[in-house]
Design a protein around this ligand. Structure first.
Ligand code: AMP
Length: 414
């Protein structure tokens, strides 16, 4: 099957070719005709499946007919990075359409956004909080919305955005097409879906299973030797770009510093950075200025860099959903990748999370030991000060970051 079967306009076909897409991905095969026909869609799909183009292409095609300069499509995403990522796809695929799009999110001034809105845009890609500010300040008009997309709905719920989204929905015309994408389906999102989608086509692509092009492995190591093992692993493993996940912003920053000291071209991406710095770090990772990015879960949401060969969980995530999202940053669009996790057998939460991850992957994860690494060292070789910074607080989680209910959907990202 090729893209020609969708009868997309030549302006779009040209850009599909220039992006190097030859065959539609499974979600594109199903979603593009459905969206073109005006149907609501509920897509159970994670990133890496080509879902962005699956909604962007038919939306561009539809908006090419009709009036310009009014906001006719609204796409809502949980993080600034993802919003930027979607907007980049719109700009790339919509290059010859004459349609204008913009992003709206917090952490940057309102003024610039207001003046762009005044100039007239056709598509807005927004994070919920700042969009609501604009709605409440009457600086955006959403009365002409024809299509609404809620992307990564489960993550928006995780981040506590559901009330904001419900408020935003009040400002939209009832008569519209709605598309909702989510990697998982917690009950709250299922209820939202039932409330706002009309006779939706439900698409399920690789459900919540992590991307198959990825090889998963764990490296058991006592917590005080984690950084040493990471450095040894990086030395011994041939990699392209490496994305490392930590549990907190602080740990991301400290680990980044240690890596830089060790001579790596590293950078970090975490929520404490200004939007300009986050974007600069991301651009540097994309254009090869940095080989290693250390990130927290939230900051990494929108990372779509095809050359990421390794995702390393320096700290295990809190939920299996986060594991899927993290590891999905490698193995993007038909490439393969490796996902390594440093697991501390001396930490109960690590042991339990590993069990849950193995359940999700459908079997035990290969456990590896790094040849030549001194696993029995009683001290870390990392200079004490840097070590202390990387482990500030304690390597042991003093208390569980979540309750004992086992309900992972209630946990908040840090
Ligand atoms: P997404 O799941 O939307 O985050 O997309 C993942 C990656 O797949 C992005 O880098 C896209 O540019 C790429 N991609 C999307 N559709 C296709 C396609 N049909 N063929 C090849 N790559 C694609």
């Amino acid at each position: 099957m090729s893209f020609t079967t969708f009868n997309l306009k030549p302006e779009l076909m040209k850009q599909i070719a220039s992006e190097g897409y030859t065959t539609p991905t499974p979600i594109q095969k199903q979603a593009i005709p459905a969206v073109l026909s005006g149907q609501d869609v509920m897509g159970l799909a994670q990133t890496g499946t080509g879902k962005t183009a699956a909604f962007v292409l038919p939306i561009l095609q539809k908006l090419m007919d009709g009036s310009r300069g009014k906001v006719r499509a609204l796409m809502i995403a949980p993080t600034r990075e993802l919003a930027e990522q979607i907007n980049e796809t719109i700009k790339a695929l919509g290059k010859n359409t004459g349609l204008h799009s913009m992003t709206i999110y917090g952490g940057v001034g309102m003024k610039g956004q207001i003046s762009k809105l005044k100039q007239g845009v056709d598509i807005i890609v927004a994070c919920p909080g700042r969009l609501l500010d604009h709605i409440q300040g009457y600086t955006v008009n959403l009365k002409h919305i024809e299509i609404l997309v809620l992307d990564e709905a489960d993550q928006m719920f995780d981040m506590g955005f559901l009330p904001n989204i419900k408020q935003i929905l009040h400002s939209l015309p009832d008569k519209r097409q709605t598309l909702l994408f989510s990697a998982t389906m917690p009950p709250e999102i299922r209820r939202l879906t039932q409330a706002i989608l009309k006779n939706p086509l439900t698409l399920e692509v690789a459900h919540t299973k992590p991307v198959e092009a990825i090889t998963h492995a764990v490296y058991p190591v006592n917590s005080h030797l984690k950084t040493d093992l990471l450095l040894a692993l990086l030395k011994k493993t041939p990699t392209q770009l490496v994305l490392i996940f930590t549990r907190t912003k602080h740990r991301a920053k400290s680990l980044d510093k240690i890596l830089q000291k060790e001579g790596y071209r590293a950078s970090s991406l975490q929520g404490n950075l200004s939007q300009a710095k986050r974007q600069a770090a991301l651009n540097g990772f994309k254009d090869g200025t940095f080989d290693i990015m250390v990130a927290t879960d939230i900051a990494a949401r929108g990372i779509d860099v095809s050359l990421v060969s390794h995702v390393i969980n320096y700290d295990l995530p809190d939920t299996t959903e986060a594991y899927t999202h993290r590891t999905g940053r490698t193995g993007r669009a038909s490439r393969t990748g490796d996902a390594f996790s440093l697991v501390c057998p001396d930490i109960a939460d690590d042991r339990s999370m590993l069990k849950q991850i193995e359940q999700k992957l459908g079997g035990p994860v290969t456990s590896l030991t790094l040849e030549g690494f001194n696993y029995s060292a009683s001290n870390s070789a990392i200079p004490k000060a840097a070590f202390a910074r990387a482990y500030e607080g304690s390597p042991q989680r003093k208390k569980k970051p979540w309750g004992n209910s086992g309900d992972s959907s209630k946990r908040r990202h840090r």
